[in-house]
Design a protein around this ligand. Structure first.
Ligand code: ADP
Ligand code: MG
Length: 411
């Protein structure tokens, strides 16, 4: 038997107590008490590498959250600490935040304040401490959880009026906050991101998956309660991180953009599956610099968007047990056509299926991170065992697991 590691979610009470305690340790007991806010990581059910193609994706917010304790300042100083970053207190001025000017993790926090201020919103400096149970780099979007927690905190303390009340979240306002988080990540942290993660963290509803249309940022909340069907969504953090990821992401994006230009469309969303796709692939074969690559990438994007629609139709119809083959097809497409899988993801997916999963696929950008499997609730333990065993026999770093339910948004 292989040992099985679980990634536990903190209760809200636990998260808030931890971050308050860390705030007192960083800033002392003097001065006003901070408020606390939190935001979830996410896992994407289907629709991978579709966000930057104007496509559809279907994430859920995780019960795993990033907590922030924060109090506003009268000046423009930003003072920050994170329990995950043991380099002590960091200080910078809001006026000094600019692309290329902020190093490391503080860019994700200061970047949100910068992006909101850049829109003319009345954001000043603040003291803040962060603590989180969202693992880094597991493809579960710890970066967006951090940005979103800071965004709702700043919205509250500076009375921006964008997030809305807990009982009645303001989706239009949250779309503005999500856009600021995307700008923070792209322009200040310098990390490419298509926008799914920030919307998932800010705009999800508990008990629902978020159908996000990346063409116009519109959303629909699709009921998602696997428990009611005797099922569970198992997430496998492969603990794999491969080099060259940034370049690979940029290359995929560039190929898609070039293909869209060749096809004379704004985004690949305009290419219909079926006959439309066949015509598009013929055109790319004739007119692309590297036709074989262009064909594979475009085929993934177009068929993946169709799979999102098919999965949503099954969920809407209560045919949740029939979703497995769509997950499997998504994985095959990401592995063979988009070429963003890796050994660990393939091993996790295959071992989960062999142990009884109804379907499984890599999730997130790829080259490491996490896989998901749709599993009978009473088979979760056996699937975890089988995946852990498959990693052990190949000498891979032991994976970690969590069972995902659709949790609530940043607040
Ligand atoms: P992920 O898939 O987890 O989002 P990223 O590489 O996009 O992976 O983001 C991880 C980075 O986000 C970390 O390296 C760190 O800079 C920042 N980050 C995320 N969570 C925290 C946190 N709790 N404290 C400080 N920085 C964080
Ligand atoms: Mg991220």
């Amino acid at each position: 038997m292989s040992a099985v590691t679980q990634i536990d979610a903190w209760t809200r009470h636990e998260g808030e107590a931890r971050v308050r305690q860390a705030f007192a340790a960083a800033f002392g007991a003097d001065g006003p008490e901070p408020g606390t806010w939190s935001a979830p990581g996410r896992v994407n059910l289907i629709g991978e590498h579709t966000d930057y193609n104007g496509g559809l994706c279907l994430p859920i917010a995780l019960p795993h959250r990033t907590y922030v304790a924060l109090r506003p300042r009268q000046d423009d100083l930003i003072r920050l600490a994170s329990a995950q970053e043991p380099d002590g207190l960091r200080e910078l001025r809001l006026a000094d935040v600019a692309p290329g000017a902020v190093e490391g993790w503080t860019a994700y926090v200061a970047g949100v304040a910068w992006a909101l201020a850049a829109q003319g919103l009345p954001v000043r400096g603040f003291d803040a401490v962060v603590d989180s149970c969202v693992p880094y780099g597991a493809g579960l979007s710890s970066s967006a959880a951090l940005e979103a927690a800071v965004a709702v905190a700043l919205d509250d303390v500076f009375d921006l009026g964008l997030a809305g009340a807990d009982a009645e979240p303001d989706d239009a306002g949250r779309t503005v906050l999500a856009a600021a988080c995307v700008r923070a990540e792209n322009e200040i942290a310098g990390a490419p991101t298509g926008g799914m993660d920030q919307s998932a963290s800010l705009r999800s509803r508990e008990g629902h998956a978020l159908l996000l249309d990346c063409l116009d940022s519109s959303v629909r909340h699709v009921p998602f309660d696997l428990d009611a069907f005797g099922l569970a969504l198992l997430v496998v953090d492969t603990r794999a991180e491969h080099a060259l990821v940034d370049g690979q992401y940029a290359a995929r994006r560039a190929t898609c953009e070039a293909a869209a230009r060749t096809l004379g469309v704004q985004s690949l969303r305009e290419v219909a599956p079926g006959a439309g796709l066949a015509t598009a692939l013929d055109r790319l074969t004739e007119a692309s610099d590297d036709p074989a690559t262009a064909v594979r990438r475009v085929r993934h994007v177009v068929t993946e968007i169709a799979r999102v629609e098919a999965l949503v139709a099954l969920l809407d119809a209560g045919r949740v047990r029939e979703c497995g083959p769509l997950l499997d097809a998504s994985h095959t497409s990401l592995r063979d056509d988009y070429e963003v899988s890796c050994l660990e993801l393939d091993v996790a997916v295959e071992a989960a299926r062999e142990a009884g999963a109804l379907g499984a696929r890599m999730t997130g950008g790829g080259f490491g991170g996490s896989a998901i499997a749709l599993v009978e609730r009473d088979q979760v333990g056996q699937v975890e065992q089988a995946v852990a065993q498959a990693f052990a026999v190949r000498g891979l770093t032991a994976p970690a697991f969590l069972v995902a339910t659709a949790a609530g948004p940043a607040n």
